[in-house]
Design a protein around this ligand. Structure first.
Ligand SMILES: [Ca+2]
Ligand SMILES: [Ca+2]
Length: 232
């Protein structure tokens, strides 16, 4: 996967429209007061295993940390971007807090490039893995409990008070009740993975003109600031 795989691969081309209606749009955030406030937690209840997956595109990297998604302060789950030093090392990170300890993965990303990010936790194998464009950049043996306290989730900022606004575009944010395999993640990146008996949506925000969650949990988002939708 990644930029080396051209021709038919999705990772090099960005989010794909799997609805067939030609109406694939993306959430556009200007990095100044724009975000999506969810009506409920990112994880709707107790889960053993999970996957969080999304496409992101950064317009410009601020000097401070900015959020892709966040849940807290009790059910802590977070992905974001951060400039580590003046060497223009732009990084993307994801983490989950389990049994009171944060577990993080971090890697570099390219500006103005659609990038597919995924974090999986498999309770059977006790393994946390984080992927960029289908490649693992963090792998950790981890036994513990995924937090499930009720909490307010947000996309593109941290809330209470709103801050750390994401400067770019987000698309196809999905959360699953299983740890997707690499094959499944590649299919998801290609817009070809649908919920099944093995893996179901805990949430799905396609951002095709609204911040509605198309899963049965209906954790709909409200647009704040100038958040809007653009063609991919
Ligand atoms: Ca979309
Ligand atoms: Ca704004």
């Amino acid at each position: 996967m990644g930029s080396a795989s051209e021709g038919g691969s999705s990772a090099a081309t960005g989010p794909l429209d799997d609805s067939g209606d030609g109406d694939d749009r993306v959430l556009a955030l200007d990095g100044d007061g724009d975000y999506v406030e969810l009506s409920d937690s990112l994880l709707p209840g107790p889960v053993e295993s999970f996957t969080v997956a999304l496409w992101f595109y950064v317009e410009w990297q601020p000097e401070d940390q900015r959020e892709i998604l966040h849940n807290g302060p009790y059910q802590e789950l977070e992905c974001g971007i951060e400039q580590l030093d003046v060497a223009e090392e732009f990084t993307v990170f994801c983490g989950v807090k389990m049994d009171d300890d944060w577990h993080w993965g971090r890697t570099t990303y390219e500006l103005e490039t659609w990038t597919f990010l995924a974090m999986t936790y498999d309770a059977q194998t006790e393994h946390l893995r984080i992927f960029k464009d289908g490649e693992v950049f963090h792998s950790e043996s981890l036994a513990g409990r995924v937090p499930h306290e009720h909490d307010r989730g947000s996309i593109g900022a941290r809330v209470n008070p709103p801050r750390w606004f994401f400067p770019g575009r987000l698309d196809e944010l999905s959360i699953w009740d299983a740890a997707l395999t690499e094959t499944e993640l590649n299919a998801l990146a290609a817009g070809q993975l649908a919920p099944s008996p093995e893996a179901s949506w805990l949430a799905y925000w396609p951002f095709d003109g609204s911040a509605d969650d198309l899963s049965v949990y209906a954790n709909h988002g409200a647009l704040r600031g100038d958040a809007h939708f653009e063609d991919r």
